[in-house]
Design a protein around this ligand. Structure first.
Ligand code: ATP
Length: 281
């Protein structure tokens, strides 16, 4: 079920770009069923890399292969979840989640047993996502966090072998995020999904990933790859474990060092002096 992703000498230059390449010489091999998280300073190419693996963006050099076959566009083996959910406004919560299954039923696999199994999966996803009470609601009646949970359930519905997630939990409150973290790790383990997950949140990257890839900007490149020294079965209190905190510090230091941004205290001083002057006038 799960798939191997191999990125080899990948380059990306956007048309008309005048600065450094968005991605340069990216080599990354992701094992079947692995959970890899991508972090890095703004503009280092995390989303670009994810979109190229998803087949939504072209590459200018190198290769991306899934089980040895070069990616040449989107495919049913890869589901994507973005930070900004995009639900079908004319469909209820349940029908949004069932939508991809309905498409499939129109093509091949449409025996009554498989339709029934799909309907059971949709019901289970609705319940584990905490959406039971809004199953018949329309998307515009839901909060942003709820809409995002519907979008995640919809992506999980067809049991994709590969799940590509671009800051999918960015809009969720901290408690819901924690629940989603445990849920997504559990599903990935049970369904042997290969996951590539982009985030700005280093805690999230470590808690979810088996490896954390740090990208550096200008040009976008791999700075370092960190194996996560936590057991496969994770619990929220591990976020306070010394190994977790040490890795967090190492990764944050790498991101800071590669971002090229540092707090300029002199400039801040001038700024606040200026504000103080204005206040007196
Ligand atoms: N459609 C586009 N056209 C031109 N340049 C683009 C396009 N999309 C991204 N870029 C550029 O490519 C580089 C990488 O962008 P990308 O969005 O992949 O980075 P990111 O690491 O996901 O950033 P962030 O963390 O801020 O979301 C940036 O310099 C960005 O300006």
């Amino acid at each position: 079920m799960s798939r191997h992703i191999n990125v080899l000498g990948l380059n990306k230059r956007y048309p008309g770009a005048t600065g450094p390449d968005a991605l340069e010489s990216i080599d990354l091999s992701i094992e079947p069923g692995e959970f890899v998280t991508l972090v890095g300073a703004s503009g280092c190419g995390k989303s670009t890399l994810l979109r190229i693996i998803g087949g939504l963006e072209t590459r200018t050099g190198g290769d991306v292969c899934i089980d040895g076959v070069p990616v040449d566009g989107p495919g049913v083996d890869r589901a994507m979840v973005f930070q900004h959910y995009s639900l079908y406004p004319w469909l209820s919560v349940t029908d949004n989640i069932r939508f991809t299954r309905k498409l499939k039923a129109h093509t091949a696999d449409s025996t009554s047993a498989s339709v029934e199994a799909a309907s059971g999966r949709a019901d289970t996803l609705i319940r584990v996502m905490g959406l039971g009470h809004v199953r018949d609601a329309w998307p515009n009646q839901l909060s942003g966090g709820m809409q995002q949970r519907v979008a995640i359930a919809r992506a999980l519905m067809p049991k994709p072998p590969i799940l590509l997630m671009d800051e999918p939990f960015g809009a969720l409150d901290a408690q819901t995020r924690d629940v989603m973290h445990d849920l997504i790790r559990h599903l990935a383990k049970v369904e042997k999904t290969t996951i590539v997950f982009v985030t700005h949140d280093v805690d999230e990257a470590i808690y979810l990933g088996s490896r954390v890839v740090v990208l550096a900007p200008r040009p976008g490149r791999i700075d370092s790859i960190h194996a996560v020294p936590l057991p496969a079965q994770r619990t929220q209190d591990m976020k306070l474990a010394p190994d977790f905190l040490a890795l967090k510090k190492t990764i944050l230091d790498r991101i800071r060092e590669t971002s090229g941004m540092k707090t300029d205290l002199d400039l801040l001083e001038k700024l606040t002096a200026g504000t103080a002057l204005e206040a007196r006038e």
